[in-house]
Design a protein around this ligand. Sequence first.
Ligand code: AMP
Length: 183
Amino acid sequence: MHTDPADYVRSTIRSVPDWPKPGIIFRDITPVLQDPRSFRVLVDLFVYRYMRHRLDLVAGIDARGFILGSVLAYELNLGFVPVRKKGKLPFRTVAEEYTLEYGNASVEMHTDSVRPGQRVLLIDDLIATGGTMVAASKLLQRLGANVIEAAAIIDLPYLGGSEALKATGLPLYTVCSFDSEAP
Ligand code: AMP
């Protein structure tokens, strides 16, 4: 490979203007997953970063965080736990609400998904306002988890989420970032 691995992954992300609504540029990771080389480069970036972190679990956020998080957990010989949208989990749950542009949303986990003190990596595809990741990390901490780091493929720094997350004291690793304009 002649390009930097992170640049290569970034070059395979598709930017879709005005989706799901006018003014939003959706950063679509499906081409990253579809291209075997890009998918492997991406997973390897995370594997090399986290192989010495002595983690116990990877917690992936619904739904694109499941794809990356479960592959990473498998590669690192760790368990995987889902952080789900409201109403999807069948057993006893705990929820954390957060505010969206319009209205509220919440994330849920099973009460027995983490044991106190377990070292957890939190992962999603993208951090925008940071609302989802901050809520998920609060939920993990309520369950007694030691959240070691949050990780995402893409940061949209102009929305302030990465700064807000770091301000809570949680380190954040992202592979690449995009400004408010395409590409
Ligand atoms: P937020 O809670 O604002 O940080 O939003 C993060 C969640 O929304 C992630 O699960 C993303 O998958 C999704 N998301 C928000 N904005 C975008 C965007 N521009 N492109 C793709 N996904 C997005």
